[in-house]
Design a protein around this ligand. Structure first.
Ligand SMILES: [Zn+2]
Length: 265
């Protein structure tokens, strides 16, 4: 009797464990785990003489109640939130064009910037910041982190980039996305211990892939793979990205999504 009960209890526990572990895979958001179990956002390095600075917010449209009520009748049901993310900037032209679209559409996004480019295009970096977008770290040289030691990742790639951002904005990013999404498990553990929050993505637009990044292909991926909490991977230097961005925003809005930064998901 005792044995029977025990095996039932064990069986139920295993079922619960199985269900719990199946959730992220079922949701098609393998990488979102990285976002959810990380440290608090914007954490500042212990040893750095840095101060956490609140990013200035872009004023959100504040519809009055009557407008809101009439909008509720016509707007589709709210599906949730998505985060547009742009890697590899800033650059000479495209990043500014992306910022223009985001401003026109009153959308906030997250920019994973490369340190060498931050130094080359400081005015664009400052504009990202002053328009209220979240700035995160995407290495200094776009190196493959799987080939670096944990100390090299921090000292050669992450710290110099966040310091360059801080010098221009006063804001020290502690959120990172490894180039190519490439990161060893021991580095994941190490970076988390050091206070870094690792963010990958859950929807790849493939705007970086010249063989399959026509605007209609990118839009189609968004329309077929959208989900609540989506972290959408795009690139500042993606040739089709700027052209298709207004359609992406319209499409997701029509589906009922709200645009937020990765820390607001
Ligand atoms: Zn990249």
């Amino acid at each position: 009797m005792h044995n029977k009960m025990w095996s039932r209890v064990t069986g139920i526990c295993m079922l619960i464990l199985l269900l719990a572990s199946a959730v992220p895979v079922k949701a098609g958001q393998y990488y979102i785990n990285e976002l959810l179990d990380g440290n608090p956002p914007h954490q500042v390095l212990k040893e750095g003489p840095t101060v956490r600075v609140k990013q200035p917010g872009v004023p959100k449209p504040a519809p009055n109640e009557a407008q809101e009520q009439s909008a509720a009748k016509t707007e589709p049901q709210r599906r949730g939130k998505v985060a547009l993310t742009f890697d590899d900037g800033p650059d000479a032209h495209n990043t500014s064009a992306i910022l223009d679209v985001l401003k026109d559409e009153n959308v906030l996004a997250t920019f994973f910037v490369v340190g060498e480019k931050v130094q080359r295009y400081p005015a664009v970096l400052k504009r990202i910041f002053t328009e209220g977008h979240l700035i995160a770290n995407h290495s200094r040289t776009h190196a493959d982190f799987a080939l670096l030691t944990n100390e090299e990742i921090i000292e050669q790639e992450l710290n110099p980039t966040s310091k360059a951002v801080e010098k221009l904005t006063g804001f020290y990013p502690m959120i990172m996305r490894p180039p190519y999404g490439s990161l060893r498990q021991d580095s994941v553990t190490y970076l988390r211990e050091q206070g870094w929050r690792i963010v990958r993505w859950s929807l790849d637009t493939f705007d970086w892939d010249s063989t399959r990044n026509k605007p209609e292909q990118i839009l189609s991926r968004i329309q077929t793979q959208h989900h609540n909490g989506a972290i959408i991977l795009m690139h500042c230097n993606g040739p089709a990205t700027v052209r298709v961005l207004p359609d992406i925003i319209k499409s997701l809005r029509d589906l009922g999504y709200e645009f937020v930064t990765v820390t607001q998901l």
